[in-house]
Ligand binder design. Structure first.
Ligand code: SF4
Length: 75
């Protein structure tokens, strides 16, 4: 199967790609992040293409290439 991403995901340039909490500890009080970066769930209203990321040794990780996202913030 060849469904590797053919374009960069919007997440690469989005500040929410790396979740952060107010305290810096994993206490769930997020000040940065999104359903995708925190929970690996679809962000409501996004436009994304299902793909797989090759992980080596015949392992692929299901993922998405995000095209449009209502929560996107450059950063
Ligand atoms: S808010 Fe949208 S664009 Fe940003 S990391 Fe999450 S899914 Fe990607």
């Amino acid at each position: 199967m060849n469904d590797e991403p053919t374009r960069p995901t919007l997440c690469w340039i989005c500040r929410h790609a790396v979740p952060k909490t107010r305290s810096g500890h994993n206490d769930g009080d997020y000040i940065q992040g999104c359903d995708w970066s925190i929970w690996r769930c679809k962000v409501p209203g996004w436009t994304a293409i299902a793909c797989t990321i090759p992980m080596g040794r015949n392992r692929d990780m299901p993922s998405y290439t995000v095209i449009e996202c209502p929560k996107f913030e450059r950063g």
